[in-house]
Design a protein around this ligand. Structure first.
Ligand code: GLN
Length: 492
């Protein structure tokens, strides 16, 4: 078989092939490994390819085909490099953790393995998940598979690029303020950030603990559903994980119920700076939904424009505290100095890149006495207002539809230099993260070969409705899943 035959596959299709003995897990893993070999010098989505162990695991499975297949049996999965994998390096895209190999699996990884998945490798990311372009990785950038001159989005850019190019069938990412949805939008795939607390974060390296959430990157909505069923649910090892059972597909309303849902469109998500083609594409989708007799209402989220500023204070404050642990003592990089103070100084100076240092300094400042009230506290108050906006809007509708990003995948030279312009790219993904709401990005079309992402936002723990509408839209739009060719000539 050839890898391009899997272009429109979801998990069930692979399982059918296994059952019919048309392919074995080892043959499948080998096809993905070949695709990685073909693609990696062009897009650099992976920081580590787990070749030997993946083959061993696949071989074991190939020898023992059970009658009933576990939900992810035999399927390779790519994991963002801030999620701990036992015996496999976990660097967070940082020199600080360049030589760190965790002695344990994150709960999500444990659950994937238990469901039969095979760890294919670890994906590139902005250092410590701080960024929107995967340019701040200490190990070099990832490139957008549709056009290598452009960024794949970030911080889960490696995960999104690998799924887009079929170097992996699906991947895990993490989303603090948009890091799953924005790269999914830029790579034309599905990116789901579930409700805050839906998925355990045990073993996920902390960035901003009141915001961090594991997310899923897939080619089909159907696969996001399966993955969510596998990885969600209560975990005694993470007290911030909600004490609920795992998500179940029975929570998804039937198609005729979907038609009864009211969809809100927040007017603040269509500002003048929004790229025209994005506005047009989203409007086209809304028209199609109207033709399907789904009710569309306009709503307002008046504090939207303040959400971004407040996010960059709250997230930086939490990061400054979380990243204090990298002091050269317990794990990670250690650069010897003349005394303890000097050792801390040299370790942190050499271990962290510019963006991470900037956030630590900003966050420390926002938390310091005298400035706490003015910055951190104010940021948290704005956050409450942002959440209340959503509560009010959800009194008038069941789900919201917005663009995922204000621009198409951009050129690194252009946005890389102006930090504020880069931060603006998160303007539509940050507010729902601040409010802890589930949200998903779905490809809704292309403009000159570049994908446009549509975002659906739901009420807390109503992933069922969210995924139901996503399935409905995916069917309605009927777009082919991406399979970009790794052309030599488009990176000049
Ligand atoms: N781009 C945002 C930031 O730089 C979001 C990152 C994320 O979600 N991890 O903070």
């Amino acid at each position: 078989m050839k890898i391009e035959e899997f272009r429109d596959f979801s998990i069930g299709d692979y399982h059918r092939l296994f059952k019919d003995k048309e392919i074995s897990p080892l043959e499948l893993v080998n096809l993905f490994l070949e695709r990685i070999k073909e693609g990696e010098d062009k897009i650099h989505a992976f920081l580590f390819v787990n070749e030997e162990k993946a083959k061993d695991e696949a071989q074991k499975k190939a020898e023992n085909l059970p009658d009933e297949l576990l939900p992810l049996w035999g399927l390779p999965v790519a994991i963002k490099d801030n999620i701990c994998t036992r015996g496999i390096p976990t660097t967070c895209g940082s020199k600080m953790l360049e030589n760190f190999t965790p002695p344990y699996d994150a709960t999500v990884v444990e659950r994937l393995k238990k469901a039969g998945a095979i760890i294919l490798g670890k994906t590139n990311m902005d250092e410590f998940a701080m960024g929107s372009s995967t340019q701040t990785s200490a190990f070099g950038p990832t490139y957008n598979p549709f056009d290598r001159r452009r960024v794949p989005g970030g911080s889960s850019g490696g995960s999104a690029a690998s799924v887009c190019s079929l170097e992996a069938p699906f991947a895990l990412g993490s989303d603090t303020g948009g890091s799953v949805r924005q790269p999914a939008a830029f790579c034309g795939v599905v990116g789901l950030r579930p409700t805050y607390g839906r998925i355990s974060r045990y073993g996920v390296v902390s960035f901003a603990s009141s915001l961090d959430q594991v997310g899923l990157i897939t080619r089909k909505v159907e696969d996001a559903i399966t993955l969510l069923e596998v990885v969600s649910g209560k975990d005694d090892k993470d007290s911030t994980c909600a004490p609920y059972p795992p998500f179940g597909r029975s929570e998804i309303p039937a198609p005729e119920e979907i038609r009864k849902l009211k969809v809100g469109v927040p007017r603040e998500y269509f500002p003048s700076g929004l790229e025209k083609v994005i506005k047009t594409k989203i409007q086209e989708v809304l028209e199609k939904l109207k033709e399907e007799e789904i009710e569309i209402v306009e709503v307002s989220l008046p504090h939207t424009s303040y959400a971004l500023e407040s996010y960059y204070i709250v997230a930086a404050a939490e990061a400054s505290s979380n990243l204090a642990r990298y002091d050269g003592v317990v794990y990670g990089l250690r650069v010897e100095g003349e005394n303890l103070q000097d050792m801390y100084f040299k370790t942190r100076t050499l271990g962290f890149g510019r963006e991470v240092k900037k956030r630590i300094i900003l966050g420390t400042y926002a938390l310091s006495s005298g400035y706490y009230d003015e910055y951190y506290l104010k940021g948290m108050k704005v956050r409450t207002l942002v959440r209340q906006d959503f509560e009010e809007a959800f009194g008038k509708c069941d789900l919201l539809i917005t663009p995922t990003t204000p621009s198409l995948p951009f050129f690194p030279e252009k946005k890389g230099r102006d930090p504020y312009e880069m931060y603006l790219n998160d303007m539509f993904t940050v507010p729902s993260a601040m409010a802890g709401l589930p949200s998903l990005s779905l490809n809704c079309g292309y403009d000159e070969g570049l994908p446009v992402g549509l975002q659906i936002i739901g009420r807390p723990f109503e992933e069922g409705k969210l995924l139901g509408l996503a399935l409905f839209l995916e069917k309605l739009l009927a777009l082919p899943s991406p399979f970009p060719l790794f052309k030599e000539d488009n990176n000049e």
